[in-house]
Design a protein around this ligand. Structure first.
Ligand SMILES: Nc1ncnc2c1ncn2[C@@H]1O[C@H](COP(=O)(O)OP(=O)(O)OP(=O)(O)O)[C@@H](O)[C@H]1O
Length: 468
């Protein structure tokens, strides 16, 4: 056996020979010999390697980007070293494999190996502990290695799978943004959408909630359906109901559920139809266009008035312009668009806006029922049961109260019982007002009826007199 001295001197000799070789033999010749050797060995190898470089000319290689994202989810499992980062735009931490690290993955029973290779422009490899390697001059690539016999499967199925998975991971990790329009274009710096409303906290009828969620699920999966039927991949929703019944809250829950950006369009700030079209074209895929209080938006009530609108030179967006932008030829330029109109007065809208195909789903958000109340109590008071529930349920059947009004009562700074007692008092007060109004109306009706009867009695008296 070797003693440690012999071993040390052997290693020192190897290093010396390597250094001398590196210095005496020019770099180009060394590279040539190395690659020749690799080529020779590859002929006898059962392995096949695909190289995925970071850049394709000046442009980023999308396969590299996808691999980077996809491998981030594998890195924490199968490597000993990972890089971690988080950008402002991301919801969660991102993991990446480090230089020279290897990650294995299994696809339909095939084992593949990924390795991140970093090479400096002079051709030397950078390892993860190369502290002084300049990142500016490094050329990165992934090597994907697997058994030769799986070549077709990896190219035809595995790589597309990696691309698709990366897309999904990216979309799920992107923070939602809310965009607003200003001077004819979307703001350059959209705001991070931090609205916490979700379908778990939204207080609406359970059945309605299930229906909406199913509708959204089906929409997201329906790419092939829209392609087959020749329709733009978009869906229109009309949310209508009194103020404070949760129209904006539902939009927030939809955006959070789908992880879609929101484009909040203020039509009063859009100068004409052309700009409106540009704004809609400027939306990204997988997003929700929101036009709130459509009934209050000037000049949109009636298509007949379009001519006057153009003439008055003030706000030139017309109903036809809006309808064209939303479902005309240009609407097909984007994908996965949801368009939401809200109104407190559905009856004021032009029927053209409501026709099937434009507003695929019309959702009535109404006053609070008992199931919605229970959700609000869970949200605000963190309780699911209370002895006062029975009384509240009866009162909710007798008065109309919006979720917003109830939320206000439940956010008062007191304990659960006090809050519910206050809520009962406010419901009783509403009930009394309603009864007073009803009484007044009854008295008025009786009075009118009395006058009418007196009048007809007088008429018939006169009539009989005349007849006689
Ligand atoms: N269905 C609901 N579930 C939970 N909270 C609700 C609901 N409806 C209203 N709220 C509460 O009331 C507030 C106002 O509701 P929201 O803005 O969603 O109503 P809206 O119907 O859009 O009103 P408006 O027509 O005035 O725009 C919300 O911030 C939320 O706190």
């Amino acid at each position: 056996m070797f003693d440690s001295k012999t071993l040390l001197s052997a290693m020192a000799s190897i290093v010396l020979v390597r250094n001398i070789t590196n210095e005496v033999i020019p770099h180009e010749i060394l590279n040539f010999v190395q690659s020749g050797l690799h080529h020779f060995c590859r002929q006898f190898s059962a392995q096949f390697t695909i190289v995925i470089e970071e850049f394709q000319g000046m442009a980023k290689n999308q396969v590299f980007e996808a691999a980077e994202t996809y491998l981030g989810t594998k890195a924490t499992v199968s490597t000993e070293r990972v890089k971690v980062s988080k950008s402002h735009d991301h919801k969660k931490l991102s993991f990446n494999i480090d230089r020279g690290e290897e990650v294995s993955d299994d696809f339909e029973g095939i084992r593949v190996k990924w390795k991140l290779i970093c090479i400096q422009e002079d051709g030397s490899r950078i390892r993860h502990n190369d502290m002084y390697a300049s990142s500016m001059s490094e050329i990165r690539s992934y090597e994907l290695t697997f058994h030769k016999k799986h070549k077709n499967k990896i190219i035809d199925s595995y790589l597309p799978y990696v691309m698709e998975m990366a897309k999904q991971i990216k979309e799920a990790n992107m923070a939602i943004k809310i965009h607003s329009n200003d001077y004819g274009c979307w703001s350059h710096e959209p705001v991070k959408f931090n609205h916490p409303m979700s379908f778990n906290t939204l207080a609406i009828d359970e059945e309605l909630q299930r229906e909406i969620m199913n509708d959204l699920d089906n929409f997201v999966k329906a790419k092939e359906f829209y392609r087959r039927t020749g329709k733009a991949w978009q869906r229109g929703y009309l949310l209508y109901g009194p103020p404070g019944t949760g129209k904006s809250s539902l939009i927030a829950a939809m955006a959070n559920y789908l992880n879609y950006d929101i484009y909040d369009l203020d039509l009063t700030d859009v100068q004409d139809n052309k700009i409106l079209k540009q704004l809609i074209l400027g939306m990204s895929n997988r997003s929700i266009l929101v036009i709130e209080d459509i009934d209050c938006t000037i000049n949109l009530q009636n298509r007949e008035e379009d001519k006057d609108v153009v003439d008055n030179g003030y706000n030139k967006v017309t109903l036809s312009g809006l309808l064209n932008a939303v479902d005309g030829l240009w609407s097909c330029c984007g994908e996965e668009h949801i368009i939401v109109f809200t109104t407190n007065h559905k009856d004021k809208l032009d029927p053209a806006l409501l026709r099937p195909g434009r507003m695929d789903k019309q959702i009535h958000l109404s006053y609070c029922n008992f199931s919605a109340l229970k959700q609000l109590v869970v949200n605000y008071l963190c309780i699911t049961q209370h002895e006062l529930f029975e009384e509240i349920e009866v009162l909710l059947g007798e008065v109309q109260v919006t979720p917003a009004e109830i939320a206000e009562e439940l956010t008062k700074d007191c304990d659960a019982t006090e809050c519910l007692e206050d809520l009962i008092k406010s419901l009783q007060a509403k009930k009394m007002i309603k009864e007073d109004i009803n009484n007044e109306e009854n008295v008025k009706e009786e009075h009118e009826l009395g006058s009418y009867e007196e009048g007809t009695a007088a008429d018939s008296d006169t009539g009989s007199n005349t007849n006689t």
